[in-house]
Design a protein around this ligand. Structure first.
Ligand code: GLN
Length: 203
């Protein structure tokens, strides 16, 4: 069973811990470097990305986290977590830090001018069966994907039709929306499977 951390500085940490436990992982909170060092993969929850950015600096986690991502630690970011994992963020504060785990450009609060929060059923590459119920809460969207980034889901219709809302690059997964609040564990199962596949096998 892989040990997967949830970055627990701010945001909807408990929902991710529960979703990971229900998906076959041992889930732990991460607030310090020793805890980060002990996990096979990390979830960065939804919340508020500029606050999370500031707390990463305060807790001396920014450089350790960047280093683990460079070394290939699998990571999954939902909403604010997607913003944190991007290597370029639009409409954020000039001092906000990002982790550069994904070669994407995201726009914060991108749906906001139309509507703050909404739900939508999405097809999700690699997830079979019923569509995924996606809950968007002051969500970002992805405006640019680098050549090594796979698009996993887009908004099917409405004013934001075609906008990219789920991506993967190697071991790093991100969604604009919050699967941790729906009770459907398939996105977390996908990530747990990625961690299993990428974690070094015990000798
Ligand atoms: N709007 C938030 C941000 O900019 C993200 C919202 C969320 O995580 N639900 O960080």
């Amino acid at each position: 069973q892989p040990t997967i951390g949830v970055l627990a500085l701010q945001g909807d940490v408990r929902e991710h811990l529960a979703a990971l436990e229900a998906s076959g992982a041992h889930a732990v909170t991460v607030r310090r470097q020793s805890e980060l060092d002990a996990v096979d993969g990390l979830v960065i929850p939804g919340g508020e990305s500029t606050t999370m950015s500031r707390l990463l600096t305060v807790f001396d986690l920014l450089e350790p986290l960047r280093a683990r991502l460079r070394d290939g630690m699998p990571a999954y970011g939902s909403c604010a977590g997607m913003i944190m994992l991007a290597n370029e963020v639009l409409d954020t504060r000039p001092d906000a830090q990002c982790l550069s785990g994904l070669d994407i450009t995201v726009r914060r609060n991108a749906f906001g001018r139309q509507v703050d929060s909404f739900e939508e059923d999405l097809d999700f590459v690699g997830i079979e069966g019923d569509p995924i119920r996606a809950v968007f809460i002051r969500a970002p969207w992805v405006e640019r994907v680098g050549p090594d980034v796979e698009v996993l889901a887009t908004v099917p219709d409405g004013p934001a039709a075609g906008r990219v809302v789920a991506v993967r690059q190697g071991g790093v997964l991100a969604t604009s929306f919050h699967p941790e609040v729906t009770g459907d564990r398939r996105v977390h199962q996908l990530f747990v499977g990625m961690v299993r596949g990428l974690a070094p096998t015990p000798a």
